[in-house]
Each structure stands twice: as structure tokens, then as C-alpha cells.
Design a protein around this ligand. Sequence first.
Ligand SMILES: C[S@@+](CC[C@H](N)C(=O)[O-])C[C@H]1O[C@@H](n2cnc3c(N)ncnc32)[C@H](O)[C@@H]1O
Length: 304
Amino acid sequence: MVASDEAVYGAPPPELAAADPDAAQVSPLIPGARALEDLPDGGLARMVVQAPPGTLERRYALAHALRALRPDGQLIALAPKTRGGSRLAGELTAFGAEVHETARRHHRICQVRRPAAPRGLAEAIAAGAPRVAPALGLWSQPGVFSWDRPDPGTAMLLRAPADLTGRGADLGCGVGVLGLRVLENPGVTSLICADIDRRAIAAARRNIADPRAVFRHMDIRLGDPELAGLDFVVMNPPFHDAGQEDRGLGLAFISAASNMLRKGGVCRLVANIALPYEGRLNAEFAAARVLSQTGGYKVYEAVK
Ligand SMILES: C[S@@+](CC[C@H](N)C(=O)[O-])C[C@H]1O[C@@H](n2cnc3c(N)ncnc32)[C@H](O)[C@@H]1O
């Protein structure tokens, strides 16, 4: 049972939709949060959803919210107009809800009461559920980074030789594409696969059936004492936080990698050439060089 009979998904701006401070957090992007899928049917009086931008992911979250509400329970769903907000009212209407919509601060804010007999919840939940993505040949889920197609930056890093050995980490591991490549080398003794997205970690666990791999649902920026003295780090660092470009995030990943490595340890990463990572790499590592550059991406190797 949840402590409060309210849940919140994400971090809705409080001036647009206030969530109860005791509401159970159910966003997959918040380590320590409860799983949305584990909310019992019909238990909640109120839920506030900061709706995600991807259609399948958003309809999945809205359908779970309606499933978890009591009959007549209140749902407030909001999103920036250009990142799914303009579609919210139609999506909630299709679930059988009567929508009261307002517009503030470039957001669409929709309030509904759970209908007595919502329509299409099971279908929306099935459409957003984990599955094997054919183009990846791996477990994935809508909402996870590049969930249904290979990322070109990742593909470039995959072309680097699998020559890293010892204790390593895959920072921002996603569904585990880089980790699988690294583990092809029998000289790897352990690999910590870390990501802030619970869905990505769940998929990576299914994809990497290797006893050398361990999985951490965590925010890399906060560090972890276990991640120290490593021989190598691989990463395709994120540069979006909550859907907004945030170059500081990639820089924070570089600093985190540097802190985790032993002297002489190696960090291999791929980044869009427009991202200003050279300065931080040169400041935090003894040596950094470009291993390859093509198609708008660079693969760097930095030695601590
Ligand atoms: C560009 S994707 C790379 C994913 C995967 N390594 C690949 O190459 O396909 C960056 C990953 O970092 C994760 N991420 C974003 N911010 C994070 C944070 N603060 N801490 C840990 N992981 C984070 C995202 O969820 C995403 O899976």
C-alpha cells in the first residue's frame, strides 16, 4: 500500500499542479521511486502526472494512472504544449474521461475524474510495455533512450576494439548495448551498468546475462563509493535532462568517470562534435585524444 493515497509521476512545476508532499513518486527516472506498475488497481484518490513527450510512453503512464485511481479519483496531467501537452486532452478523452483543460506557462493542464468504465487502458499499457525491439534485437521499452533503433553515436563507439580489461563501468548504460560489447572481452572481470532510468536498467538486466555484470539504478552525478579505482569506463553521455538540452550533464559524466578511475585508467566515450567536451577531458585526465571522427560524432579516449 502507498503511505498517501496520492501519487506523483515526475516533477510537475508546483505553480502549475501541486502534488501532496507525501505523494508516492512513481517516475522511472527517479532512483528510489516506486514502480508505477506496482500501484494497486483503484487505490489512489489523486495523481499528478508530468506527462512525458513520447506518445507510447505518455499513454502508458496515463493509462496506469487511470488504472490506479479509485472511481471518481482525480488525475491532473500536464506537459509543455509542444512536448505532448497539446495531445493530452485527446488522449484522455479517448480513455473515456471528461477533460477540463487549461493553458498556462506554455503548458496544457488537463484535469479529469476517473470514469466509471475507462476505455483502452489495457491496450495503451501493452503498447508501452517492455518488449524485444527488432532493430536492436534486445529488450527495451518506449521512453528509454533510442528505445527502438540503434543510436549512431553508440554504433560508432561499438566499432572501437573490445580491448578494455579489468573492472569497469558503463555509465548511462541504457539497455546495455555498450556493456554487451565490452563483455565480449574475457579480460573484463566486472562491469557496473548504471543508469537513471529504471526501465533501462530492467532491460539491461534481461539483455546482459553475464555474471560479471552488476546493475545500478542511480544518478551518476551523485556518485557511489563502490564506483572507485576502476580500470575503465565506457559511455555515450546524455546531454538532455528532462527533455531539455543540458550540456552540464555530459560534463558531469566526464568528471564522474575521472573520479571513478584509477591512475592510468581509461575512459572511452562518444559525443556529438558540437559538444564542448575537450576542455573538461584535458582538465581532468592526464591525456585525451580523438580515436575516430565521422558522421558528426567523435570517439575520445582519455587516460587518467
Ligand atoms: C545517450 S544515452 C546512452 C545509452 C546507452 N549507453 C547507449 O549507448 O545506447 C545516455 C543514458 O544516460 C542515462 N542518464 C541520463 N542522465 C543520467 C544520470 N544523471 N545518471 C545516470 N544515467 C543518466 C539515460 O537514461 C540514457 O540511458
